[in-house]
Design a binder for this molecule. Structure first.
Ligand code: GLP
Length: 260
């Protein structure tokens, strides 16, 4: 696992975007795993800058969202289908037909979940998965005690997650109670994982995921099982025992391994 500590949230977005851009530059038809929430916004902002500057194009790139609420209409401004369209597809110029979001409105939700995993496999798998992390250590919507082997499936949102996401809704009780999320097993099949976190509210979750024991109680610790993980955090989120080692490693990173 590579851990990169940067001074500001904007730098986190810029460096994580550089990582995504390097994948797409190498493979224009790459499959990107797309995350929602506040954490990846800086990535999308920097990628938009690169698109506008003509440095990169997403017209051939494919996308699979990490998760979706169950129980809100597709056209709701906070459905992840709406968020992905507004924050990713439109500004970055993805072909909408190449981007999928789990179908939280399916009448057969189990079938929709299985079909989503099958579609990811049929696309050749995810080349790079963007991730944020919840204050309770969740990735995607895999709440504490999610199995490391889990596949895309329906989950109940933890009360603390509903509370955290209430800021996107008119009132806390409007936050759905359920979601469809890629499982930890699904996420671990991506070729590369890039997790970003900013602010002190994420420091405990980052410390537990990166330096704590492997435990389904901290779903983010599943990252330790993956071969190619880049965790990019700002100083406020970096309450890490080996922080100095990560800084030293980054400064001394061989030129040929650098992506920004
Ligand atoms: C959300 C999402 C996750 C996200 C996490 C943190 O509810 N389902 O994908 O990483 O919780 O959210 P935020 O980035 O807004 O802090």
């Amino acid at each position: 696992m590579e851990v990169i500590i940067l001074p500001t949230p904007a730098e986190v977005g810029r460096v994580a975007a550089a990582k995504i851009a390097s994948v797409v530059a190498h493979k224009p038809s790459a499959v990107i795993g797309l995350a929602t929430g506040s954490s990846p916004q800086g990535i999308y902002t920097d990628l938009h800058r690169r698109v506008t500057a003509g440095e990169i194009s997403f017209t051939r790139t494919r996308g699979f969202a990490l998760d979706e609420y169950v129980g809100i209409p597709l056209e709701h401004s906070e459905s992840y289908a709406s968020v992905i369209a507004r924050d990713v597809v439109e500004p970055l110029g993805f072909d909408p037909s190449r981007v999928r979001v789990p179908d939280g409105r399916a009448t057969d939700i189990e079938f929709a979940a299985e079909e989503y995993d099958a579609a990811i496999r049929a696309a050749g798998g995810i080349d790079v998965q963007i991730l944020g992390i919840g204050a309770n250590g969740h990735i995607g919507f895999n709440e504490p005690t999610s199995s490391f082997a889990s596949r895309t499936r329906i989950k109940t949102l933890a009360p603390s997650t509903r509370e955290a996401n209430a800021r996107f809704f008119d009132s806390p009780d409007q936050v759905p109670t359920h979601c469809l999320t890629q499982g930890l097993g699904t996420i671990l099949e991506a070729e590369q994982l890039v997790l970003v976190a900013q602010s002190s509210t994420k420091a405990a979750a980052i410390a537990a995921a990166v330096e704590g024991p492997l435990s389904s109680f901290v779903p983010g610790s599943a990252l330790q099982l993956h071969e190619h993980v880049t965790v990019i955090v700002d100083e406020a989120a970096a309450g890490l025992q080996l922080a100095d080692h990560y800084r030293y490693t980054y400064v001394n990173k061989p030129e040929w391994q650098r992506f920004s």
